[in-house]
Design a protein around this ligand. Sequence first.
Ligand code: ADP
Ligand code: MG
Length: 446
Amino acid sequence: MEPQIAWQKMLEVIKTEVSPSNFGIWFGNTDVSEINKNIVTLSVPSAFIKEQLTQRYIDLLRKAAVSIVGEEAQVDFLIDPSKLQKKKPKELSEDMFQLQEAPLTPRVLNSKYRLENFVVGLSNNVAYAAAQAVVQNPGVSYNPLFFYGGTGVGKTHLMLGIGNALLDKNPDLKIIYCSSEKFTNDYVEAIRSQKMGDLRNKYRLADLLLVDDIQFFSGREGTQEEFFHTFNELTSKNSQIILTSDRAPHDIAKIEDRLKSRFQGGLMIDIQMPDLDTRVAILRAKCIERGESLPEEGLSLIAASFQTNIRELEGKLIQILQTLKARNLDPTPENIGQFLDNQPQNQPTSLNHKQVITTICDYFHIKQSDLIGPKRNKELVLPRHITMHILSEDLKMTVERIGEILGGRDHTTVMHGRDKIKELINSNREVQKIFIEVKHTLGGRG
Ligand code: ADP
Ligand code: MG
């Protein structure tokens, strides 16, 4: 049986026992890579996902494998981060026009932003899995879907990618894409011209409402009220809502509590800046889209010099490609290096403890408040100990300070945790792999 078909069959079994939210996270980026007699090998994107699948779902996976290879079924895993990166970016259409905002006409979505050309890595795989889940089941599993994260990390791309995918499935879908400022302006204008009815007809009839950068709703009471009612009406008829923001709802000032709690009622996902390997993969994909190519070394140089914003990274790539062409230069590392004003920073620069904590929580899919808090659940212990180790070894913090950062723990607790994890890293291959992946993720930030 073709691995792909086998996986589809297994998913049918799995879906019956896993909630939609867990499904996307733990099975979204998993595949069958090989079937050999009674052994079904699953490829998973990270050691952590493998661990979780083994701990939580091994019986279910075995049961699903039985439906493929019979009673003697065994499940094995293969960790393959590259599985995350989509195969080949689709041909792009000519109309690479700028983002526009106009209601209810499908053409408004910038067709450049597609899920197929969104490069997936550790920083955004959960967001990507959620995006796929929404495409499969709009209005059902995650409503609203809320992406937050810094500038240029791919929030708008992912949101419009979902829009385009749903539009492919149903060309008649009524989609509205707007910025929160556009919504605000429409609201102000509707009041001024006494045409609230028009406004409501426009927004409340959407099947899919995409609102970008909702942090700008801050302090705008009337707009928030109108949006609140729009939100309720749309969700009550299962229209899908997707929102982005540069920060989490609870960190946006001057937003009504009832609106915050609506935002928090769906799925909120933090998108981080991609690590170095993913940035290289993004650059590679952007080159292919433009029908150009650069040697790997050149791509790495560029990727290493931009650590905070994919938009800037892409801008730099385009500038370099154009200049090389105009001056008829070979794409050697030396020639490319000239265009990078800052020295390539392969070493993580001054990583701080907040970044360490954010990255670790992101990797393990746990909340910061849980990592720092008093709970002693098993799934919190490993992340906590790894945090202690990294703060101590890499950031050279004292055990007292680490205890403070981790919610006021005693320094002897920190010493114990730090020593425990060192020993585990040496003795347990799973833990070792996880540790290496966490370090790798941290290496791409900073
Ligand atoms: P944000 O909305 O978070 O500020 P955007 O979605 O506008 O960021 O992304 C900025 C640019 O970077 C876009 O051109 C987008 O295509 C590109 N980009 C960001 N993340 C990815 C990714 N994972 N794969 C491919 N391109 C990406
Ligand atoms: Mg954006």
